[in-house]
Design a protein around this ligand. Sequence first.
Ligand code: ATP
Ligand code: MG
Length: 443
Amino acid sequence: MRLSRYFLPTLKENPAEAQVVSHRLMLRAGMIRQTAAGIYAWLPLGYRVLRRVEAIVRAEQDRYGAIEMLMPTLQSADLWRESGRYDDYGKEMLRIRDRHERDLLYGPTNEEMITDIFRNSIKSYRDLPKNLYHIQWKFRDEVRPRFGLMRGREFLMKDAYSFDVDYAGAVRSYRLMMCAYLSTFARMGLKAIPIAADTGPIGGDLSHEFHILADTGESQVHADPALLELEAETPGPEDDIDSFYEAVTRRYSAADEKHDPAKCPLTADQLVSRRGIEVGQIFYFGTKYSKPLNAVVTGPGGDSIPVEMGSYGIGVSRVAAAIIEASHDDAGVIWPDSVAPFGVGLINLKAGDAKTDEAAEHIYQALSGAGLDILYDDRDERPGGKFADMDLIGLPWHLIVGPRGLAAGTVELKRRATGERNELSVESALARLTEAPRPVSLG
Ligand code: ATP
Ligand code: MG
């Protein structure tokens, strides 16, 4: 992509409304714009990140056996009356009435709808287990939407729902999703800590939240430091999930409300105690929805069994922001390779100069031809402004082409994360970039 033809409205000044770094940098880097309180438009650069995050979430859900579908954002109130949640959910639910005076709502979550689809389609234990998910916008009318994408009103969520014939099956589904989550966040360059949690309005009796450590997190978490190293050991779907799950859940972790130093096997200085951002949560809730909605299957003996369920959410849009909270410096964002909007930023230091244009164009074509996603800054601007923009939007590699280097036969390659710079021949720069890890494909 040539920057001169792209839509990248960056801001020089810090927007006054932004209190946290992700909100500030997403506005400044031209990734998002607010359209109403807690509601955002994703501009082209931001949308690429959102889609990369989504692609990783999707790949890991698929890998651990969940099946993708898509449910609508609008739901009928009647289903929620069946579960009893229409009245329980409170003001966070956006209620809508259509022209026929029928009550609808913009879904804050989908337990009722998926249970309805399930009960109308699956009748036998032989069709289980099943885990169905979708990636869809949710609406929760938060009292105080704040921190940009971190606590919006409309936000993108991946929510999966598992159906099993018995408790043992449900536990296996739950454990598979825990592994999927750890591996998902690790692929995004994040260290996510599983924390035993209360179940809240979803209900049930087993739940874990996944937290990213960052100063702007809304909760205080306390954890065994070993939980920060899980990604190296996370088993695949065919491996020994149970031993891993037990090893993980044996380690101490708690959010502030549940943290009890007297019950914690580690002393205060052995614990990691920091702010955490909740990027996901998983629940086992048994028959909480299948009983009232009568979602039953026929068991081996012909008896009617209410299915055992769990639900598994990831805040896809919150994750995009949380990555920035965990990975930035004073100059801007530092994207991990896998989710970067473009893998390489190519800077032409003297647009309009025939030799420089020719060399930059050659590099742009060669890298594009090798399948890399490049943002080529071909604008006729001063180098200082180009460097600042490139640092702000935080692409992992910057390749700088200027007349002085070219005269000596070199270009400069900079790694955004470390600031390390190398003068290389064009050929070796191209070779380095073609071999380097790339953002996940946008498909
Ligand atoms: P929170 O405690 O932050 O309000 P929650 O526990 O109500 O979140 P869940 O029902 O567990 O949220 O939803 C699954 C995921 O969706 C959360 O882990 C979070 O990452 C994301 N999420 C929830 N609410 C919001 C929001 N208002 N804006 C952005 N993401 C959200
Ligand atoms: Mg939660």
